[in-house]
Ligand binder design. Structure first.
Ligand code: BEZ
Length: 391
C-alpha cells in the first residue's frame, strides 16, 4: 500500500536525521582516516617515505591514537606528477572517504591538492610542498602546513649570501613552482642586501642534464651560485658541480633541500656547503635528541628534515583532535586548535601563522660528514608574507 506523500517525507526526514546522528557518532568513535598522498617513486621518493615514517612515529609514540581515536592509513603514490594530481587526490577524497589529507612534496601537485581540498572542504596538512600560494592567495581554514613556504629558506639564503659580500650571483633550478619561488625569495633578499642576480638558469623537472648549464656558470664566473634541487636530483647536481671543479672556485648556496637526506650519497662533493633551513641534524636539544633516537630505533636509519615535517604534521593533527576529543564534526574548534598550537618540534618550538604556515627560525647549516650541522640562526621567527591571503 502506498503511504501519503507527507508521511513519506516525514519518515525520510527522520531517517536522514538518524543517519546523520549515526554518522556523527561513527565519526567520533571509529578510526580517523588519514590519506597520504606522497611520492613513493621518482626523484622525491625518499622524501615521501621519510614524511610517512615521521608521521607514523609520532602516532606510534601516542599509543596509536590521536584525540582518543585510532588512525587508519590510506596511501596514493602521486609520482610528483601534477597532471595526475586531481585524479590521485580524488581517490583519497571520494573512493577512500578520508577525513584528513596529508601531502605532498611537489609544489605543483600540492596546488592541485589544495584546490580539491578547498572544493570538498577536506582537511589538508601539507608536510613539505612550499608553494607560496597555498598559504597565500589560496589560504583556507582547512589547510595548514607543517613545513615552510618556498620563500622562507630562500629569503634567508639571499641575506646570508649578501652578508658574505657576494655581489654577482647566478641561480639554477628546475622549471616549476618551487624552483621559481625559491629563486624569487633568494633574489629579493640578495638584491636588498646589495647583490645582483645576473642570470637565472633552469631545466625541466626532474631532469638532471646539468652539463651545459655548468659550462655557462664557469664562463660567467659569478661570486656565488644559488641552486634549488632536492632528493635524487640534488645528489646528482652537487656531484656534477664538484666534478666540474666549480666548488673550488664559486660557493654553491641553496635552501637546505640541496643537502638534506642526501649527504651520504653526495660524499666529498657536499662537504663544507652552507645552506639555510628550519632544521639542523645536530641541534643539541632534549627534544631533537629524543626524536632522532626514537626514529633511529624504529627505522634503523637517520632522520632528516622530511621526517621532522611528517612528525610535526601528526603533532598538528593531534592538537586539533585533542581539542575536540576526536569529534571531527566540531570542525571550527578543530581547525582553530590546529592554528593555535605551539608545536614542540625537533627543529625547535614554532607557531602557525593566521594563513596556516609555520613561523620559525631559519638556521644556517654546514655540511660535515653525514650531518647538516647548525652554525647560527640566519633569521629568527621568520614569517612568510602570506601575500594575497584573505581569511
Ligand atoms: C616543492 O616542490 O615545494 C619542494 C620539493 C622538494 C623540496 C622542497 C620543496
Amino acid at each position: 500500500m502506498r503511504l501519503p506523500l507527507r508521511l513519506n517525507l516525514t519518515h525520510l526526514a527522520t531517517a536522514t536525521l538518524a543517519l546523520a546522528a549515526f554518522g556523527a557518532h561513527a565519526q567520533a568513535t571509529g578510526p580517523v582516516k588519514v590519506g597520504f598522498m606522497l611520492p613513493y617513486t621518482g626523484t622525491y621518493a625518499s622524501l615521501g617515505n621519510m614524511i610517512e615514517s615521521g608521521f607514523k612515529l609520532y602516532v606510534q609514540e601516542q599509543g596509536g591514537k590521536l584525540g582518543g581515536r585510532e588512525i587508519q592509513y590510506f596511501k596514493v603514490d602521486d609520482e610528483s606528477e601534477p597532471s595526475k594530481a586531481t585524479d590521485n587526490v580524488g581517490k583519497l577524497i571520494k573512493r577512500d572517504n578520508v577525513d584528513v589529507l596529508v601531502g605532498t612534496v611537489h609544489s605543483g601537485v600540492a596546488l592541485a591538492m589544495a584546490k580539491a581540498a578547498k572544493e570538498s572542504n577536506t582537511l589538508l596538512i601539507i608536510p613539505n610542498a612550499g608553494a607560496d600560494a597555498i598559504t597565500g592567495a589560496m589560504c583556507g581554514a582547512n589547510i595548514v602546513r607543517s613545513s615552510f613556504s618556498n620563500w622562507q629558506p630562500a629569503y634567508a639564503m639571499g641575506k646570508v649570501a649578501a652578508d658574505k659580500g657576494a655581489k654577482k650571483a647566478i641561480t639554477i633550478t628546475w622549471n616549476y613552482a618551487a624552483g621559481a619561488e625559491s629563486v624569487k625569495g633568494f633574489t629579493e633578499a640578495f638584491e636588498k642586501g646589495g647583490g645582483k642576480v645576473v642570470k637565472d638558469l633552469n631545466l625541466p623537472f626532474p631532469g638532471v642534464e646539468f652539463q651545459a648549464l655548468l659550462t655557462e656558470i664557469a664562463a660567467q664566473k659569478p661570486d656565488a651560485v644559488y641552486a634549488f634541487f632536492a632528493g635524487g636530483g640534488a645528489v646528482k647536481f652537487v656531484k656534477d658541480y664538484a666534478a666540474a671543479g666549480l666548488n673550488k672556485a664559486i660557493p654553491l648556496y641553496g635552501p637546505g633541500f640541496l643537502t638534506d637526506g642526501t649527504l651520504e650519497a653526495q660524499g666529498a662533493a657536499a662537504q663544507g656547503m652552507l645552506t639555510t633551513l628550519h632544521y639542523a641534524d645536530n641541534l643539541d636539544t632534549p627534544r631533537n635528541n629524543a626524536f632522532r633516537k626514537s626514529f633511529a630505533l624504529t627505522y634503523k636509519s637517520q632522520a632528516d628534515v622530511y621526517a621532522v615535517q611528517g612528525y610535526d604534521a601528526a603533532q598538528i593533527l593531534a592538537a586539533g583532535l585533542n581539542a575536540v576529543k576526536g569529534d571531527l564534526s566540531k570542525r571550527d574548534a578543530l581547525t582553530a586548535a590546529m592554528r593555535k598550537v605551539v608545536v614542540d618540534s625537533p627543529r625547535g618550538k614554532f607557531t602557525i601563522s593566521p594563513a596556516g604556515n609555520p613561523v620559525q627560525d631559519i638556521y644556517l647549516r654546514e655540511a660535515r660528514g653525514n650531518n647538516n650541522e647548525y652554525r647560527s640562526i640566519a633569521i629568527k621567527a621568520l614569517a612568510d608574507p602570506a601575500r594575497g591571503c584573505k581569511l
